[in-house]
Design a protein. Structure first.
Length: 175
């Protein structure tokens, strides 16, 4: 096989993996995604915030929570951050806590993207996809809505527009 053929094959495989991760196709580790049914308590699995502190979803009890899985390598995630999450947080951030859960990304690239987009949500990481799988993530971006009572209300696989996100927050978490 020539160098050109090898590069072409590697490029095709890489593109297929990125497409699957950004549009669906299972969990990051290739296994089947689990799912926490609506109405069940959010997982108690600990995660690490970008500031180094450890947290669980229970730490946010009493406040509705919107958690968005994203990565710098996911074009849909990048677009959604600026177009939906930044304006939604500006509009509703005093009544809802937003957490950006970075999935399988290099910290430096994740921090660069956050600076570029100007999003202000709390940042955490799910480096091996444990929470993503536990909550039923099937594509990227992936958003989960958790009520003030700590129970999962809804999950959404795929990108959201600003209006979709605001409508979902108002209907699911603030009504």
């Amino acid at each position: 096989m020539s160098r050109y053929s090898t590069r072409l094959t590697i490029s095709a495989v890489a593109l297929a993996l990125v497409a699957a991760a950004c549009t669906g196709g299972g969990s990051p580790d290739g296994g089947d995604a689990a799912e926490v049914p609506a109405g069940d308590p959010a997982p108690t699995t600990a995660f690490v915030r970008f500031d180094g502190s450890s947290a669980t979803f229970a730490d946010y009890a009493g406040t509705p929570l919107v958690v968005n899985w994203w990565a710098s390598w996911c074009p849909s995630c990048v677009a959604e951050m600026s177009a939906a999450f930044k304006p939604a947080q500006e509009a509703l951030g005093d009544r809802v806590t937003f957490v950006g859960m970075n999935l399988q990304d290099e910290r430096s690239k994740a921090e660069e993207l956050v600076a570029e987009t100007g999003v202000l949500f709390e940042l955490a990481e799910d480096p091996d996809g444990t929470l993503y799988v536990e909550l039923g993530g099937l594509g990227m971006p992936f958003t989960i809505f958790i009520g003030a009572d700590g129970n999962v209300v809804e999950e959404h696989n795929g990108p959201l527009s600003e209006q979709q996100l605001v409508d979902m927050i108002e209907e699911l978490l603030l009504s």
